[in-house]
Ligand binder design. Sequence first.
Ligand SMILES: Cc1cc2nc3c(=O)[nH]c(=O)nc-3n(C[C@H](O)[C@H](O)[C@H](O)COP(=O)(O)OP(=O)(O)OC[C@H]3O[C@@H](n4cnc5c(N)ncnc54)[C@H](O)[C@@H]3O)c2cc1C
Length: 593
Amino acid sequence: MSDRLADMRHIRFLLYEIFDVESLTQYEHFADHSKETFEMALETGYKLAREVFWPAYQPFDREGIHFKDGHVTTPAGMKEIWKQCKEGGWFAPGADYDYGGQQFPHLLTATTSYLFNCANTSAYMYVGSAAGAALLIEKYGTDEQKAEYLEKLYSGTWGGTMCLTEPQAGSSLGDITTTAVPENGHFKIRGVKRFISSGDHDLAENIVHPVLAKLPGAPPGVKGISLFLVPKYRLDGTYNDVATAGVEHKLGLRAQATATLNFGEKDDCHGWLLGAENRGLECMFALMNGARIHTGIQAVAGASAAYQCALQYTQERLQGRSVSSKDPSAEQAAIIKHPDVRRMLLHQKAFVEGNLSLLLFTAKLSDIRHASTDEAEQQRAHLLLEILTPIAKAHCSDGAFESIRLALQCYGGAGFCEEFPVAQMLRDNKVYSIYEGTNGIQAMDLLGRKVPMNGGEALRALIQEISETIDAARKLEPLKEMAQSVEDIQNTVAEVTMHLGAIGMSGDREMYICNASDYLDMFSAMVIGWQHLQMATAAQKALDAGSDDKDFYTGVVKTASYYCRRSIPKALAIATILKSNERTALDYEEAWF
Ligand SMILES: Cc1cc2nc3c(=O)[nH]c(=O)nc-3n(C[C@H](O)[C@H](O)[C@H](O)COP(=O)(O)OP(=O)(O)OC[C@H]3O[C@@H](n4cnc5c(N)ncnc54)[C@H](O)[C@@H]3O)c2cc1C
């Protein structure tokens, strides 16, 4: 088991040299912060991740959660983690001072969240879920609701969830049947929610459930959904008829209580409206977009931990000899010497670094959107966030699973055994392509909504950002080929978008959407290639300036070059398929399956 979960040198490179986290202190909201406070958060966060979350990673998986007589008990040690997060202020590092938070920029809290997720996502989800519920109240609650709930959620006194899914309504939330009937200043809630993360536990005095439900006579579909605040215990301490019907037995994240909750079994569950009537999904999406990016963080964090484990293992495990050595009595080589193992390691490194860069970029965009007073700057950040969210969710999660598959492969037979942590990492990671909107739904969101949105406004903003990076890289001789490669994929994405757009305009909607997942894969190569090019430019400049940290910066440039030479050509091949009007899946009759 590696004691290194993430490359902190690379993380600091991203924070300070690429995204200039210190520049965010120009905004009044973050003005109290400085490199010193950022470093303190990084140091203490990584220490907590490595020394508290990480040692519990495998034991929690083996023990799982316990469900008896309608109550959930978390694995031994989870209460101590919760307590340490409370004491360290890790429930609300980004929340406003008014609610007991520390007003750190999201760029910083996304990084610390990444570190906790590198160590133990099942455990960290309990902590993060409370902040998610709080965010909704902060945004849509009345002053009274804010006063009643926020401090308790942000301090870890209470836990929180997000209740959307029902047995018959997962991807299609318009079909929810949970009802909310007005009664004496509150609403009576009745219905079943399924797969609710941190849905029940023994860590907090109360659990606050934001619940999607329908009012009597509400319009059908998503336009008739409202959002309600439903605590497990009412503010006067009485039980609010929220019963845990069971917990799932899952492939991964086994220390997480993924619960089925029955609201109003005894017809005595009270809820309070959050935001406007029939605008519930819109409100929930304020949280969901952030949650989708956070899913990318969970996924890439898992890939980072797996890569660090694989890297250490391949340096220690001896097997075979160099392909160029003909002497069978020569000493065995560490497997990292073998070309195919190096290929697998480099794929993982390029994945983790490129995708973490994208995720931290989205975190910075959300800081700008939140804190800037310049309307044009805010709007630009908003557009970029909109178009990058499906990539941050879907590409990061699909790619992380593939990256961990390679980490496991580096271990050979040992990787298949639960004694080593990579098998669990692979199991844990699978869900990220499923929850927060499956990756199929993300692809449809990108091609069907985000790309054509406002006549392609978000795509144009993105292309402009990428072009600026290409121009800057071209000025550096060693990066010319790389810059050309990113320009090639950028031009190809534009071409394919026009091609598919014409199909969409012709009215063949099924054919258009049938290409969405491949389109997202191709599009992602442009985005990640751009992130690598940006990192390579900063690294090359540091090398040209005679930096002492040659190995680090050369590694960044070479990793970018690997990505441009190995991954972008594959995306160009996808473009060929997308332009070929291939439609077998549509024409294939059900009887032929
Ligand atoms: C561990 C775990 C934790 C979760 N936590 C929460 C939580 O905290 N709160 C919560 O509310 N939910 C939670 N979920 C639920 C999760 O969000 C849903 O499982 C997910 O949205 C998919 O819904 P579904 O399972 O009903 O699958 P379905 O919607 O039945 O989808 C099955 C397949 O069909 C595809 N599909 C469905 N509709 C379409 C379409 N229109 N076009 C193309 N393809 C389509 C999907 O992409 C998928 O591949 C969690 C799930 C898991 C497994």
